[in-house]
Design a protein. Structure first.
Length: 216
């Protein structure tokens, strides 16, 4: 999923090492959830002191996973990116990380589009933890947090070849609308709990699927 305009905004700015956690840190968003393979994952909001762990997480990703996230070859995060990704206000900008045995294995984030109730979302999961259902869990938790913060719509861009991420969106409990152009799929969907399906959809390679009981 490509870098958003907000993630590019601080490019070129120098930063110091991570500072203290924000006083508005939403501890209520911390939780433990189970993956489809039975692994217990600890989910929590990102903090400024996660900077070095985020750098290590990014460095551990395969070039393919990095390309799918940034739409470009991006082997190393700049200092400006690290600051941007770890220093959030927890309202208009929020990131949730997933940890297994204190190791960061996934990051999901939203950035509100200025002056609107919409937010752009992005996800990345460690290669050895892909296909565990972690992105799906993070999408639902991120949507719950965004909704109470006044966001009503999620939008995202992903490569057409990134079937895994598209499967997360299309198989979710949300009514997802897509538009494809030049190899990029734009998705958008309401996150209003009243319009969520009670079940997720399990989709086959032909795009068909049967309802699957929600694992929330």
């Amino acid at each position: 999923m490509r870098v958003t305009e907000f993630e590019q905004a601080d490019a070129g700015l120098g930063i110091s090492s991570a500072g203290p956690a924000s006083p508005c840190y939403p501890a209520e968003l911390e939780c433990d959830v189970g993956t489809t393979l039975g692994t217990t994952v600890h989910v929590r909001p990102i903090r400024p002191d996660d900077a070095s762990r985020l750098v290590a997480f990014h460095a551990s990703l395969t070039p393919r996973s990095v390309y799918r996230r940034f739409f470009s070859v991006h082997p190393k995060l700049s200092e400006a990116e690290v600051k941007r990704f770890t220093c959030v206000d927890y309202v208009d900008r929020l990131a949730l990380i997933a940890e297994v045995d204190a190791r960061m294995v996934a990051v999901a984030r939203y950035d509100r589009l200025r002056g609107t109730p919409e937010a752009e979302v992005a996800f990345v999961v460690a290669d050895d933890f892909q296909h565990h259902g972690i992105a799906t869990l993070l999408l639902e938790l991120l949507a719950e947090a965004a909704w109470v913060r006044g966001i009503t719509m999620f939008v995202a861009s992903t490569l057409t070849e990134n079937r895994e991420m598209l499967g997360v969106f299309l198989g979710s409990r949300f009514d997802v609308h897509t538009n494809t152009e030049y190899g990029i799929v734009e998705v958008r969907f309401l996150i209003d709990p009243c319009y969520c399906r009670p079940e997720r959809i399990t989709r086959g390679s032909d795009g068909t699927g049967e309802p699957k009981e929600s694992e929330c």
